[in-house]
Structure formats: structure tokens, C-alpha cells
Design a protein around this ligand. Structure first.
Ligand SMILES: O=C(CO)[C@H](O)[C@H](O)COP(=O)(O)O
Length: 219
């Protein structure tokens, strides 16, 4: 396992502390979330089930014999655990590197506590070095692309990729993200945008970062 992967795993392990008996746990997507799934398997008898943010995570959960529930069949979720592509000290995030941003944002919104887990290379002062994923309805691809250019970004279609919802992803480079709440609101309002990968209006509540000197928690 690479050093970075060990740091991801250490963050995932620390997140287990937030899991309580009888909980339904929201589960993110990506390599850090996968560590969390594998670790959660050891305590699967203690939770009521999970809600997955992607088909890939649902499949991994089921592979461990962990029940996966429909979000519509559960009430508010007490805990959501997921990774991020970038995070700030204000717990604002960029997500969607794995293309699961829409379901991730839905599960995060439906959750009372969002614990974000990452290796500490993801911590940044200002979001935006990582290209911003935007999920778009296919017929709106060019329209949304032009809107991104107007905002000062350079959109690139994620070739050969379709989301779990049947949509496309534009990865947008070089956006000014000094006010992530305002930019999230602005991009959300563009017709054809399903979800923008800025998680600032609903930031994480806890950020657990694995590093070479152990795990740090920001709240
Ligand atoms: O937003 C995501 C998927 O849509 C992931 O959380 C993000 O891409 C981080 O992935 P990883 O844990 O593999 O570094």
C-alpha cells in the first residue's frame, strides 16, 4: 500500500469512532471511502444499514454483506462518511473526482453529520487547483460549457464517462474559487447543471486528515 493510501486508511479508521450502534450510515465513493467500507465490515452487525452514494460503493458494501438501504426508506441519516478531492480549513470541499457528486451531495444533505476523510495532501488554502467537476444533462453540455467560459473557467468533457444518473461530467479548470459559497450558488442556477462539485453551502462538519505524523481532526 502506498504512503498516501496508508494515510487515507488511517483517516477512515479514525472515522469509525463516529459510528454508533443502530445507526444508518451514509457512505461516500472513492478509494478513501472504500477503506471505510472495508473497515466498517468488521462492525456490520452493530449498524442498521447504509445508504450508498454510488453503484460502486453499493456493490462493495453488499460484497461485505452490509445492508444497503434506499434513501427514501430511511429518515434523516445520522452520519455520512466520504472523501474529497480538496478541502479547506473552513471544511469547504471539492468533490466529484469519481463522478459521484450528485448522489454524494444528496446523501450529505440528508445527513446530520458529515465526516470527511482524506489524506493531508487534500488540504488547501483556496479551492480550485483540482478541476471542478460539474454534472450536466447531456443536451446542455455545450450551453453549460459556454457558461463556464464566461465564469473564467476552461471546461473539459470527461470523455467516455457517464454518471450513475446517465449524465456527463465537465471538469472545469482555472475557476476563481475564493468565494466557494457564491460560486456554488451561481453554478447551481445554470440550466442543465445537475450538481456542482463544490460542497460549501453544506460543508463537512468534521475533517479527518491522515498524515505522516498521524491523524488530525478539524471541526
Ligand atoms: O468525490 C469523490 C467521488 O466522486 C471522492 O470522494 C473524491 O474523488 C476523493 O477520492 P479518493 O478518496 O479516491 O481520493
Amino acid at each position: 500500500m502506498s504512503n498516501q493510501d496508508q494515510m487515507k486508511k488511517a483517516a477512515a479508521e479514525a472515522a469509525l469512532e463516529y459510528v454508533e450502534d443502530g445507526m444508518v450510515v451514509g457512505i461516500g465513493t472513492g478509494s478513501t471511502a472504500n477503506h471505510f467500507i472495508d473497515l466498517l465490515a468488521k462492525m456490520k452487525g452493530r449498524i442498521d444499514g447504509t445508504v450508498a452514494s454510488s453503484e460502486a460503493s453499493a456493490e462493495r458494501l453488499r460484497g461485505h454483506g452490509i445492508p444497503v438501504l434506499d434513501l427514501n426508506a430511511v429518515g434523516p441519516i445520522p452520519l455520512y462518511v466520504d472523501g474529497a478531492d480538496e478541502a479547506t480549513r473552513h471544511l469547504h470541499l471539492i468533490k466529484g473526482g469519481g463522478g459521484a457528486l450528485t448522489r454524494e451531495k444528496i446523501v450529505a444533505a440528508a445527513s446530520e453529520r458529515f465526516v470527511c476523510i482524506a489524506d493531508d495532501s487534500k488540504l488547501v488554502n483556496v479551492l480550485g487547483t483540482f478541476p471542478l467537476p460539474v454534472e450536466v444533462i447531456p443536451m446542455a453540455r455545450s450551453h453549460v460549457g459556454r457558461a463556464m467560459l464566461k465564469l473564467g473557467g476552461q471546461p473539459e468533457l470527461r470523455h467516455g464517462f457517464t454518471t450513475d444518473n446517465g449524465n456527463l461530467i465537465l471538469d472545469v479548470f482555472n475557476l476563481d474559487m475564493t468565494d466557494p459559497v457564491a460560486l456554488e450558488t451561481e453554478i447551481n442556477q445554470i440550466a442543465g447543471v445537475v450538481t456542482v462539485g463544490i460542497f460549501a453551502r453544506r460543508p463537512a462538519d468534521v475533517l479527518i486528515l491522515g498524515g505522516k505524523d498521524g491523524v488530525k481532526t478539524l471541526t
